[in-house]
Each structure stands twice: as C-alpha cells, then as structure tokens.
Design a protein around this ligand. Structure first.
Ligand SMILES: [Zn+2]
Length: 79
C-alpha cells in the first residue's frame, strides 16, 4: 500500500533546522551547507528531506498540516 502525502509548497524545508526547528532566513540557493546556531551542520538537501519526511509523518499522524515549532514561537499561539 502506498500513501501520497503532499506537503505545503511554501513549507521552508531547506531553511528550517531539522534538529531544533530554528528558521534560517536569507539562505541563498548557492549555499549548500549551513550551520545552525544550535551547532548542527546541514547539507541543504538532506536537511530538506528530513523536514519533509517529518512533516509528512506529522500530517499522517495528526491529519492536518503541522508547522515546525521555532524557538521564538514557543510562547505564542500556533494558529
Ligand atoms: Zn538548529
């Protein structure tokens, strides 16, 4: 059995740290490797794959879109 899960096209898969959820702004396309402030070093494509996989699994588990929780978003409402 195969299940197709579609993640929002605007999901910032390559610019969100798959370790801590921090969003890296201004990450130009020619930057293929980057270091998050948490210390994690990411290959852009591998990081995007991890984030898309997590988003797809969350979608299957929760039945709704799930956004990564950024450090600055912990205190506020998510919706
Ligand atoms: Zn991080």
């Amino acid at each position: 059995m195969s299940i197709l899960v579609v993640v929002d096209r605007w999901f910032p898969s390559s610019t969100v740290c798959s370790e801590c959820g921090a969003l890296r702004s201004n990450l130009f396309l020619d930057v293929r490797t980057w270091r998050c402030r948490c210390g994690a070093v990411h290959d852009r494509d591998v990081n995007a794959a991890r984030n898309i996989s997590a988003a797809g699994l969350a979608l299957l588990a929760c039945g709704d879109g799930v956004r990564p929780v950024r450090a600055e978003a912990h205190a506020g409402s998510r919706r």
